[in-house]
Write a protein that binds this ligand. Structure first.
Ligand SMILES: [Cu+2]
Length: 313
């Protein structure tokens, strides 16, 4: 799927929904916009990289805004935007809409109903949307979506005072345990203490699908600086390891890192947003993958899962 198929222009020409991955340059006036968007929470059948299927829950945006690999739509806002998200709940249970660090204790949206959630887009940074009623179970079912808030002045920076970066990618990590998904889809319960994920994703995709999709095939040029926004919507810790380059952690959950050093592995805790800068120091094709080795398999088969490629020319 081409990125353009699921970008959607909203009010004032802003790109409001992207499925994560590459965030296009946004040309907007430096003033707050009024943003009204509609989200639907619904069950869907997800085809896994080995051809098997399972049931997921997902947020989708308005028509055409669904991301690759059945990832729920991601939202791109600008700090200060006046936002109303209207949620339609097509799931068989009540949910609500939370944005950790922004929106909490929100009203419940009963099955078959709609609810509106209004907020002012917070400070620039990387966030995610989720359901607060199902909590970890909802995230295991894949009910989440990334949210990137760009600075009000549109600057390509992760931290005030930084030199601008050249491109930015949002990379959402998640995983699922098909026994859990199958049980929930059958109306049964599942003990999260038994959670043992067997499929792993970046932006809803598993390797090798990650290398052929513009959302996860990181395309760079030598001399550029690339911003990578990792959002771990899964329930397990992911140590992301970089071949070919060193990266610098700039923010964890919107808090600036005090000691910025070159790293080739970065811990991404569950429910954490970690922003990195990657200076492109050499040409070539290199991988980023989880050093939790089950995460580069699909139901035990290697290589699959949370493994993506960067190509620099
Ligand atoms: Cu490696």
């Amino acid at each position: 799927m081409d990125r353009r198929e699921f970008l959607q222009a909203g009010v004032y020409g802003a790109t409001l929904f992207t499925a994560s991955g590459l965030i296009p340059a946004v040309s907007r006036q430096a003033r707050a916009a009024t943003v009204n968007m509609h989200l639907t929470a619904a069950a869907a059948t997800k085809t896994l990289i080995d051809g098997s299927t399972t049931t997921v829950w997902q947020f989708t945006g308005d028509a055409g805004a669904v991301g690759p690999g059945a990832l729920g739509a991601g939202l791109v806002l600008q700090a200060g935007d006046d936002v109303t998200l209207t949620l339609s709940n097509n799931l068989p249970q009540a949910i609500n809409l939370l944005i950790p660090g922004v929106l909490s204790n929100t009203s419940t949206c009963a099955p078959g109903s709609s609810a509106s959630y209004a907020f002012t887009a917070p400070a620039a940074g990387t966030y995610f949307l989720c359901d607060g009623l199902s909590g970890e179970l909802g995230r295991a079912m894949q009910l989440f979506a990334p949210l990137v808030v760009l600075p009000a002045n549109g600057a390509n920076i992760l931290t005030p005072g930084d030199n601008p970066f050249d491109q930015q990618y949002t990379l959402v990590l998640s995983e699922l345990d098909t026994r859990l998904n199958d049980a929930i889809a059958a109306g049964q319960t599942y003990d999260l203490a038994a959670y043992e994920p067997n499929y792993f994703f970046v932006n809803g995709l598993s390797y090798p699908d990650t290398v052929s999709n513009l959302q996860t095939a990181v395309a760079m040029q030598v001399g550029q600086t690339i911003a990578l926004r990792f959002v771990n919507c899964g329930l397990i810790y992911q140590p992301m390891h970089f071949h070919g380059y060193h990266v610098q952690v700039k923010n964890r959950n919107r808090v600036a890192e005090i000691s910025v050093v070159d790293k080739d592995s970065v811990a991404i805790q569950p429910a954490a947003c970690v922003d990195l800068l990657l200076p492109v120091t050499q040409p070539g094709m290199y991988h980023i993958h989880s050093h939790f080795l089950p995460a580069v398999t699909a139901n035990g088969v290697y290589p699959n899962g949370a493994l993506i490629a960067m190509t620099a020319v």
